[in-house]
Design a protein around this ligand. Structure first.
Ligand SMILES: C[S@@+](CC[C@H](N)C(=O)[O-])C[C@H]1O[C@@H](n2cnc3c(N)ncnc32)[C@H](O)[C@@H]1O
Length: 312
């Protein structure tokens, strides 16, 4: 798979620490209000109605996971016949259909928010047409693929099993059943990651793999580009006070590694995808909340991919 796996460094303007602390605090309060009143809605930076963009996004996400897995394993990962579990699929199940089109036996997905529950069938028709045009599937497989989102919506899942789980209890998918765990920009939202890591181990088959991209950046759009570490400036007591559903958990890569290791995962590799510049880091480091000033927090990382293996 020829996908560039280089690491990019963010080009941020000089940090104005006082002003950015204030802006970060205001953004947090505004988000608390917004998410408390409206709930967790569109997770992507574009409307759900932009089908072509959503299809390209879904396919890009899967292709990037596969490229990362290939780099991790030193050889391509064979999807045929596997059971895949996605954690936090978000706005639609395009990822699932793309996996099934590539031969996975079963694609399961767990979310706490039913974001993908009401996607119009028209979206999946466009996706399947695109898969035929790309040569991923032949036209005779279109109907079977298109039946999958309808079956899971009707509560009779076949190869596509999407579940909205308020408690995010992954054991709903059955022990010893999953070959590959995938996730995109969702781990940073999990509230009880230690439990999730343990449950993943329980539903994993021996030899199961995990590939996840974790977005450690501030999620508010303007601040992302100008002050990526905005959320890490806020003291713990204030961050806890402003808690809202979907708030980033502020876990750093070393904490994911530790929780996964404790749950029995091994060969854990974290690779940076995006880092902050040395200049930005030296300007903000002493202005961050205490837990984020330690070397272990490795504040240079703003976007990483984590791969791991469960050997049983
Ligand atoms: C930023 S979205 C990413 C969605 C999708 N993977 C994508 O790339 O567009 C975060 C996902 O995490 C889910 N999520 C938010 N809070 C969660 C929690 N506490 N536990 C589990 N999932 C959560 C959201 O419902 C959403 O599906």
């Amino acid at each position: 798979m020829n996908m560039p796996l280089n690491c990019r460094t963010l080009d941020t303007p000089p940090a104005r620490n006082g002003a950015y602390f204030l802006l970060g605090g205001l953004a947090l309060l505004a988000n608390k209000l917004r998410y408390t009143l409206r709930g967790y809605r569109n997770p992507r930076p574009f409307p759900d109605t932009e089908y072509a963009r959503a299809i390209a996004y879904d396919q890009g996400v899967v292709d990037a996971w596969m490229a990362r897995l290939e780099a991790y394993l030193g050889q391509p990962y064979e999807l045929a016949g596997k059971t895949v579990l996605e954690l936090g699929p978000g706005a639609d199940l395009g990822v699932g259909l793309y996996f099934i089109a590539q031969g996975v036996a079963r694609y399961c997905a767990a979310d706490v928010n039913p974001l993908a529950a009401k996607v119009p069938q028209e979206f999946y028709k466009r996706l399947v047409t695109n898969l035929i045009e790309r040569g991923t599937i032949s036209a005779e497989h279109a109907d079977a693929l298109l039946a999958e989102p309808e079956l899971t919506r009707a509560g009779r899942p076949n190869r596509l099993d999407y579940r909205c789980l308020a408690d995010f209890d992954l054991l709903a998918f059955g022990r010893n059943s999953v070959d590959l765990f995938v996730s995109q920009a969702a781990f940073e939202h999990f509230e009880h990651f230690q439990d999730t890591a343990r449950q993943m181990a329980e539903v994993a088959r021996p030899g199961a793999l995990l590939v996840t991209e974790i977005d450690l950046n501030t999620h508010t759009r303007w601040l992302r580009d100008n002050d990526p570490h905005s959320i890490y400036r806020i003291p713990e007591w204030m961050y806890r006070l402003c808690h809202f559903p979907g708030i980033p958990n502020r876990m750093r890569p070393n904490e994911y590694v530790q929780a996964l290791r404790q749950a029995g995962w091994s060969d854990i590799v974290v690779t940076p995808i995006t880092t902050v510049s040395d200049d930005y880091l030296s300007e903000v480091q002493s202005h961050l909340a205490t837990p984020f000033r330690t070397p272990e927090a490795d504040m240079s990382h703003v976007h990483v991919v984590l791969c791991a293996r469960y050997t049983g």
